[in-house]
Ligand binder design. Structure first.
Ligand code: GLU
Length: 384
């Protein structure tokens, strides 16, 4: 196995307390004791203590929790090993209800409110549904609740599902514009070779970029009953770091694993060259096909370049049959393209509110939509 590409030992590990929005993914084997068919409550209480501390420090905290299938299968007495789809759906139905209750109770005891979100593949991959899911997450976080997220395994069919919560957690991290994703697993991190069979294997503490070499080190093995092996964790690292989040893989089997990471314990840090907002802006500027045009007046043009969102009042005309969440081109009074952004209203609704004050939106449309027609975080301006 080749050595790590460069000596990164001089690169500083980021500090856990410096992140403002953190997604923590908890694997099934950490949470569920298969022999007793129940959740490891003491371990969970310690982890929840760590999560509550980060929350108290002001960070937004999100949890992606596996364990529904593992818990449900033990309760139902289903065999270990791969299950037929209908059995894993049944197991998830039984397990998820218990899982959600335990999270709500454990965080609740520490004064932290939990909110359950179950998502399917389409909720993160289809732009319209993605925006709704993102709004719900954002709102929960603004209300200082901790979203506890899992795949909706009872309705996910084998062709259209994540199947592993590593990649799901990475999509959640980008969807929530998190700046850190922590994958708690049953390994310390990424080794240069399989540590069980190779005594020379070294833990990579810092992975500045997911290169082909890094992918080769990941191999393929999954642990006893979590779905993702190191390979899905590297996939997750690619998604998270391109979306502007750092990612950590650490062993969660210890007591209070987040405190251990904070104290400099063994783990692998995958670094992002970007921030969530710049990553998002790049994506908007480069990868979407615009579905329409929004013409703005001079005042709005100035406001946009001073960092403001685009309000309906500054829009003079629209082109195209765009839908909410579509990418549109923004043009100034002389017709020049000054940027692109994701619209918050369908073309028909947008046409009724342009030129008007945001205060009038509810009266004009009959529902209370966002104040802005393009939010500044969903906009990439020339020169951004
Ligand atoms: N969503 C699955 C569950 O809750 C877990 C998938 C995984 O282990 O990555 O059981």
């Amino acid at each position: 196995m080749p050595p790590p590409p460069t000596d990164w030992s001089s690169v500083q590990r980021p500090k856990l307390a410096s992140f403002r929005r953190i997604v923590v993914k908890v694997g099934s084997s950490l949470l569920v004791d298969p022999r007793e068919a129940k959740v490891k409550r003491e371990w969970l209480a310690r982890l929840a203590g760590d999560l509550a501390s980060l929350h108290r420090l002001g960070a937004d905290v999100l949890v992606v929790s596996s364990g529904a299938v593992a818990l449900g299968r033990s309760v139902l007495g289903l065999p270990s090993g791969p299950l037929p789809l209908e059995d894993s759906q049944a197991a998830a139905a039984v397990g998820q209800i218990a899982l959600a209750r335990i999270w709500a109770e454990t965080l609740g005891e520490l004064g932290v409110t939990a909110g359950q979100i179950l998502v399917t593949f389409g909720d993160t991959e289809e732009r319209r549904r993605y925006l709704y899911a993102r709004e719900c997450l954002t709102r929960l976080l603004a209300l200082r609740a901790v979203p506890v997220i899992n795949e909706n395994d009872t309705v996910a069919t084998s062709e259209i599902r994540y199947g592993d919560n590593d990649r799901l957690a990475a999509r959640v991290a980008t969807m929530a514009s998190a700046d850190l994703l922590v994958l708690l697993s049953d390994v310390d991190g990424l080794y240069t070779a399989p540590p069980a069979s190779n005594p020379d294997a070294k833990l990579l503490e810092i992975v500045p970029r997911v290169t082909a070499e890094v992918e080769a080190m990941a191999g393929g093995a999954a642990s006893q009953f979590s779905r993702g092996g190191m390979r899905t964790k590297i996939e997750a690292a690619k998604i998270a770091t391109t979306g502007g989040a750092h990612m950590v893989i650490a062993d969660g089997r210890v007591e209070a694993p987040l405190s251990r990471i904070a104290a400099g314990g063994p783990c692998s840090w995958f670094l992002t060259p970007s921030t969530p907002v710049t990553a998002r802006k790049k994506w908007i500027a480069g990868s979407l096909e615009p579905k329409g045009v929004v013409h703005v007046d001079e005042g709005a043009e100035r406001a946009l370049f001073s960092g403001k969102s685009l309000l309906p009042a500054g829009v003079t005309a629209l082109e195209g049959g765009f839908a909410r969440g579509d990418c549109v081109v923004i043009r100034n009074p002389s017709g020049g393209e000054i940027g692109r952004g994701l619209v918050t209203y369908d073309a028909l609704d947008a046409a009724r509110i342009i030129g008007r004050s945001s205060r009038d939106i509810e009266g004009l449309l009959g529902f209370k939509g966002p104040d802005e027609i393009i939010h500044r975080d969903d906009m990439a301006l020339a020169g951004d």
